[in-house]
Design a protein around this ligand. Structure first.
Ligand code: AMP
Length: 175
């Protein structure tokens, strides 16, 4: 099936002018969900990966399934203040202002091979900060993968400029 048909677009959410690419319809479709995970893991099937890192919150759903399929561990990257143990954090820019994301300091051992997962990459502000956070712990960020790419916003190019290979399944032109 064509995965793009399983993704719903909601105009003007969360703000006027945004076309929100809603993957909950894809997650709710058994064939589309399975196909998405199969296609996401395909490039990494032969690699010995240690961890999959998922970005809160939709990256947890997809990253958990990807980690299971690859027999890798799963590590959450969360918004500030949500993780109970000792954390390391990184600040990153949003459209208005800055935010912080965190990871448990002992979640990744230096040199471990990690794949970063989220549902969608837009400007790449979130994913590039997450990749940097993983590298700050000594991770070898071998790849990042997303169901949806908005290539006109340049996020995948920004990740590739950090030497992180990027794998995406569906593209929407524009924003
Ligand atoms: P960015 O940091 O600009 O790459 O934004 C990526 C994050 O924001 C991801 O966690 C996405 O889930 C969310 N996001 C950004 N733009 C959209 C959009 N048009 N539709 C759905 N989610 C989006």
């Amino acid at each position: 099936m064509n995965l793009i048909d399983a993704i719903r677009t909601i105009p003007d959410y969360p703000r006027p002018g945004i076309l929100f690419r809603d993957i909950t319809t894809l997650l709710g479709d058994p064939r589309a969900f399975r196909q998405s995970i199969d296609e996401l893991v395909q490039p990494y099937a032969g690699l010995k990966l240690d961890k999959v890192a998922g970005i809160e919150a939709r990256g947890f759903i997809i990253g958990g399934a990807v980690a299971h399929q690859l027999s890798a561990g799963f590590v959450p990257i969360r918004k500030k203040g949500k993780l109970p143990g000792t954390t390391v954090s990184i600040a990153y820019s949003l459209e208005y202002g800055v935010d912080e994301m965190e990871i448990h300091a002992d979640a990744i051992l230096s040199g471990e091979k990690v794949v970063l997962v989220d549902d969608l990459i837009a400007t790449g502000g979130t994913a590039t900060a997450a990749a940097q956070l993983l590298r700050n712990l000594g991770a070898d960020v071998v790849a990042a993968c997303f169901i949806v790419d908005l290539p006109d916003l340049g996020g995948a190019a920004r990740l590739r400029a950090m030497d992180v290979p990027v794998h995406t399944l569906v593209e929407f032109a524009g924003h």
